[in-house]
Design a protein around this ligand. Structure first.
Ligand code: PEP
Length: 253
């Protein structure tokens, strides 16, 4: 019997002004009652929106996440946002290792280890993203890449830490491209991630870890993806910017 939770998390990326984000959060909260209570709902907003959106989701079932955090605790790091700052807004989560951060901002696995350590120490839960790019998939290296990313970061943590970590498999070629991984393609990688976790932390921890799929997930394809035994929900980009679509995806279990 596993204890893992189904979750749908919306990654707003660098979209919406603060008033637009507040409205989107209100729309999500208003529709959240349609979704079975056992499904976790998370909105990951830009840093600038966290305080205002925290006020909207407070006391509701919708949880709040950042999309990144600094790899330092505090001090002279102009423009960075620390885990304590994030926590103090009322957010309970942060996404880490999104492929856009890896690709455009030089986020390495080593940096991610530091970020995950700081996030957990501050009491934030983490959605750690892994995933291969198109070149790696076409070269047949997708299992190796995802396995390495998972090991490089998560093997620095304990079974206890894993209670506060969700993994998101996001094939880079499927992000924002309209190209979804087939349910089969996604499932085989999810099963591989779970096996890697089982090898390090044991079968129970692996079974209890939520593993999300991300990459052009929408209401029309979510059901097939979420029906796979190792897919426990989604990390949603574009479709999270419309409350109807986001909730439609959360209704797909
Ligand atoms: C994402 O960036 O996390 C994502 C899954 O984006 P999209 O749903 O737009 O492909």
């Amino acid at each position: 019997m596993n204890m893992r939770k189904n979750i749908v998390a919306g990654n707003w990326k660098m979209n919406t002004t603060v008033p637009e984000g507040v409205q989107l959060a209100k729309d999500v909260v208003a529709k959240a009652a349609e979704v079975p209570a056992e499904v976790g709902l998370i909105v990951a907003t830009p840093f600038t929106h966290l305080c205002a959106v925290a006020g909207v989701v407070e006391g509701t079932r919708v949880e709040l996440s950042a999309q990144n955090c600094a790899d330092k605790e505090k001090g002279a790091y102009t423009g960075e946002v620390s885990v304590d700052m994030i926590k103090s807004t009322g957010a309970g989560w942060t996404i880490l290792g999104h492929s856009e951060r890896r690709q455009y901002y030089g986020e390495t696995d080593a940096k991610l280890v530091e970020k995950v350590k700081l996030a957990l120490a501050a009491g934030l839960k983490v959605i750690l993203c892994v995933g291969e790019n198109l070149e790696e998939r076409e070269a047949g290296k997708h299992f190796d890449v995802v396995k390495a990313q998972t090991e490089n970061v998560l093997f620095n943590f304990t079974a206890e830490d894993m209670k506060n970590i969700v993994v998101a498999y996001e094939p880079v070629w499927a992000i924002g491209t309209g190209k979804t991984a087939t349910a089969e393609q996604a499932e085989e990688i999810h099963a591989c991630i779970r096996k890697v976790l089982a090898g390090k932390f044991g079968a129970q921890v692996a079974d209890d870890t939520t593993i999300l799929y991300g990459g052009s997930c929408k209401p029309s394809n979510a059901r097939e993806l979420f029906a796979q035994p190792d897919i426990d929900g989604g990390l949603i980009g574009g479709a999270a910017l419309k409350a109807d679509d986001f909730i439609g995806i959360a209704l797909s279990f």
